[in-house]
Design a protein around this ligand. Structure first.
Ligand SMILES: *Cc1c(COP(=O)(O)O)cnc(C)c1O
Length: 361
């Protein structure tokens, strides 16, 4: 039986994509082999590599002066790749710390350059996004780094901040292709695939071409954007199978109306869940309303004991991986693109039943 998987990552994938992958698993498009067994220099794989790039460009409306790369090492590897590739002019970068991943990016930045925290929401346990103004950034910073959706704390930016021309870098791991973004507002976007667009193993990097010519000479070859651009992400053996599944997920998204269509669905799912939580006198979400994520919804019941009982009970009802991150506790429902609206309806139904039977318990 398939369950509704509310995991923050790896997240759910559309069943239609899994079935399609299964049907071609042992013989992909009459090649006589699986994509797992295929040379990355073969014609069928070249086609996959070109197609996934074209689909990403189309779905995100990526302008021609940006390169799209599919690389390994997860979003975490980009915490190092970004400073080593583009933090090389004045060797200074400003970070906005809005959660655990944003902080990890800052810490890794500080290994390679003069990293500063331009703003932070740690004072209120990352329950909001700080208001950013251009004068909060050092004029000679090589880039400003933000985390667009904070997976653990359940906050999101509603728009790209104004950095007065300093290249803006965004970690979009937990929201890429969930809602519209204007790629030109950013100098560089990166995202691990395993939340919204595929399995773990591949990370997408969208980088303005003029920023790819300034890598630190000591930058490891695998991290160098210019090297990956020149080789169309095929410098060494890429994660072919993961990339192939990303291609199928993107095709699935395109067939269903692309980002505009999925954004409407995602906003409706999130609104329903937040509205239920806000009306309830049993569950609470402590994130500032204007900064609430439409992808990750943390909430708590009146006590940690009830939280634990809730999580176990939900799992028995086919609603799994609802345990909150250890830094926050309670519950977290990750409702990425692949979570169908019925999954959210079922969750609310269970929440309501649980609240009614545990009130004044
Ligand atoms: C999950 C996540 C990461 C870490 O991704 P890996 O691919 O595991 O390195 C980084 N940033 C954000 C926002 C995430 O959600």
């Amino acid at each position: 039986m398939r369950v509704y998987n509310f995991s923050a990552g790896p997240g759910m994938l559309p069943i239609e994509v899994l079935e399609k992958v299964k049907s071609g698993l042992t013989d992909y498009e009459n090649s006589g082999m699986s994509v797992m067994e295929m040379s990355h220099r073969s014609k069928p794989y070249e086609k996959i590599n070109d197609r996934v790039t074209a689909l990403m460009r189309e779905l995100m409306n990526v302008p021609d002066n940006y390169d799209i790369l599919f690389v390994q090492g997860g979003a975490t590897n980009q915490f190092s790749a970004v400073p080593l590739n583009i933090g090389t002019v004045n060797r200074k970068a400003d970070y906005v710390v809005t959660g655990n991943f944003a902080k990890n990016a800052y810490k890794e930045g500080a290994v390679h350059l003069d990293a500063a925290i331009a703003a932070s929401s740690e004072d209120k346990n990352f329950t909001y996004i700080p208001k950013l103004k251009p004068d909060m950034f050092r004029k000679d910073a090589d880039f400003v780094h933000i985390c667009y959706n904070n997976t653990i704390f359940g906050t999101q930016y509603d728009a790209a901040p104004d950095t007065a021309g300093i290249p803006l870098v965004a970690d979009m791991s937990s929201m890429i292709l969930s809602r519209e973004v204007n790629v030109s507002d950013f100098a560089l976007i990166y995202a691990g695939a395993q939340k919204n667009i595929g399995p773990a193993g591949v990370t997408v990097v969208i980088v303005r071409h003029d920023l790819t010519d300034r890598a630190d000479p000591k930058c490891p070859v695998m991290l160098r954007y210019d090297n990956q651009v020149k080789n169309k992400s095929l410098y060494n053996t890429p994660p072919c199978f993961s990339t192939y599944i990303v291609m199928e997920v993107l095709q699935y998204l395109k067939d269903r109306g692309g980002v505009t269509a999925i954004q409407k669905i995602n906003e409706a799912k999130a609104k329903k869940l937040y509205d239920y939580i806000d009306c309830s006198d049993f569950y609470t979400n402590s994130v500032k309303k204007s900064d609430r994520s439409i992808m990750n919804v943390p909430f708590v019941s009146p006590s940690p004991e009830l939280d634990a009982e809730f999580i176990a009970g939900a799992a028995e009802n086919g609603l799994v991986s609802l345990k909150g991150h250890r830094l926050v506790g309670g519950m977290r429902a990750s409702i990425y693109n692949a979570m169908p609206p019925e999954g959210v309806d079922k969750l609310i139904e269970f929440m309501d039943k649980f609240a009614k039977s545990h009130k004044n318990a």
